[in-house]
Design a protein around this ligand. Structure first.
Ligand code: CP
Length: 309
């Protein structure tokens, strides 16, 4: 395979290979990422049909560190606003001798659709499709966990918040289980959990205090209001009271627990500023790690010997 569309179906050895490759790009002492000539002469197009700060920028930086030529298309000012279809947009960019598309789209399956349509030499990386998957976010989070906790096997990980609408949660759950953590928990109100969520390999909690007990990793999620009907939308103050992570609540987790969040964070809704900016928070480390991990994924997708994604 030459695309990276989902974590589903990938085995532990391949996920570990991505993490090891990312580690080779990141200098562990100072977090500076080295520039390498691996994708010199290749053209990568960032196609973001949904807004992004972290993912789009770190993909662009990663492509530059791999020495590729990278274009970030501004969809708002592109010809899609004149009615051009997704497929016609892709066909026209293909005609410019593109080697890779990095795609974010509000529709689940959009990256898979593009991967089926493009010429055989082109790779497609999913940068988030609807509620379905955000595989590079999951991998940079796995990288951050491994960096700080070393071994996945003994870890209890809690994912807290709007699991129902979260592509990040789906990809994290699959990655954590594939890498063999001891336990994945989801903590959320019933209205923000998918039906039959237990079948994903998680323990379900509806009470934050119960769910946080003994966990090593606390992953917070924002309320994905853009994917919610107003009937589902909880009152933010009520939500914070029940599911918001405060310094007090964090004390229930293990004393060395790390606090993660894929961003963007909504302070005072799912997380208190004192926690987001506190000593246990690794939120900005996650962002930094996005560069090396995205370098690894792009390099492996474009190099035949590592193209088992
Ligand atoms: N985590 C994440 O996907 O953030 P952005 O929406 O800013 O890319």
């Amino acid at each position: 395979l030459k695309h990276f569309l989902t974590i589903e179906g990938l085995d532990k050895a391949l996920l570990t290979e991505i993490l090891d490759r990312a580690e080779s790009f990141a200098s562990m002492s100072d977090q500076q990422v080295k520039k390498v000539p691996i994708l010199r002469g290749k053209t990568i197009v960032n196609l973001f049909f949904e807004n992004s700060t972290r993912t789009r920028t770190t993909f662009e930086l990663a492509a530059k560190r791999l020495s590729a030529d990278v274009l970030s298309i501004n969809i708002a000012t592109s010809a899609t606003s004149k009615g051009e279809s997704l497929l016609d947009t892709i066909r026209n960019l293909e005609a410019m001798f593109v080697d890779m598309f990095v795609v974010r789209h509000a529709l689940s399956g959009a990256a898979h659709f593009i991967a089926q349509q493009v010429a055989p030499h082109i790779s497609v990386i999913n940068a988030g499709d609807g509620q379905h998957a955000h595989p590079t976010q999951a991998m940079l989070d796995m990288f951050t966990i491994r960096q700080l906790k070393k071994d996945f096997a003994p870890l209890k990980v809690a994912i807290i918040g709007d699991i129902l609408h979260s592509r990040v949660a789906r990809s994290e759950i699959i990655a954590l289980n594939t890498l063999g953590v001891a336990e994945v928990r989801v903590i959320a109100p019933k209205t923000l959990l998918p039906a039959h969520v237990e079948t994903l390999g998680v323990k379900v909690f509806h009470n934050l205090n119960d769910g946080l007990k003994d966990v090593d990793v606390v992953m917070m999620l924002r309320l994905q209001k853009e994917r919610m009907s107003s009937a589902l939308l909880p009152s933010e103050s009520e939500y914070f009271k029940c599911f918001g992570l405060t310094e007090e609540k964090l004390k229930i987790a293990r004393p060395d627990a790390i606090v993660m969040h894929p961003g963007p964070i909504n302070r005072g809704v799912e997380i208190d500023s004192k926690v987001a900016d506190g000593p246990q928070s690794v939120i900005l480390k996650q962002v930094s790690n996005g560069i090396a991990v995205r370098m690894a994924v792009m390099a492996m997708a474009m190099q035949p010997q590592g193209a088992s994604l």
